[in-house]
Design a protein around this ligand. Structure first.
Ligand SMILES: [Zn+2]
Length: 132
């Protein structure tokens, strides 16, 4: 049994609902972690934090009308680009798309618009290579 470092009581792995507010919109975020049954303190691993980071990023992007993490990934795959190749093509550093897809960073609005145009077939990878 894992023990709470603060009060020595039992820690249980569970998901807790927290409310996250962004630009006057509020969303429930599920935060998994180990929580103390006595003092209620939560202990989050980097995996727990990554999972909620993605939920928070997707919520904010929804409010801002930007593509979600999964939508960015789906469009990149539809264009048959690896994360590295996409980052090279669109700029932003070699790990740019990795970060957009895990919610660590959010794509700029111009890039978001470009990805939507490419998703609908109005702009192709060849078009980008011609102007680049
Ligand atoms: Zn405790």
């Amino acid at each position: 049994m894992k023990k709470c470092p603060l009060c020595d009581s039992e820690l249980k792995r569970e998901e807790r609902t927290t409310h996250y507010t962004y630009k006057d919109k509020t969303q429930e975020i599920l935060q998994s972690g180990e929580y103390c049954v006595a003092c209620g303190e939560g202990f989050l691993s980097s995996k727990d934090l990554k999972a909620s980071q993605k939920q928070i990023a997707d919520f904010k992007r929804g409010v801002d009308h930007l593509l979600t993490t999964d939508e960015v990934r789906a469009i990149r795959k539809k264009l048959k680009l690896t994360q590295e190749k996409a980052s090279e093509l669109f700029g932003g550093g070699v790990r740019a798309f990795h970060k957009y897809e895990i919610g660590e960073n959010t794509q700029s609005r111009p890039l978001d618009i470009l990805l939507k145009l490419m998703d609908s077939g109005k702009v192709s990878v060849d078009d980008l290579q011609m102007v680049g």
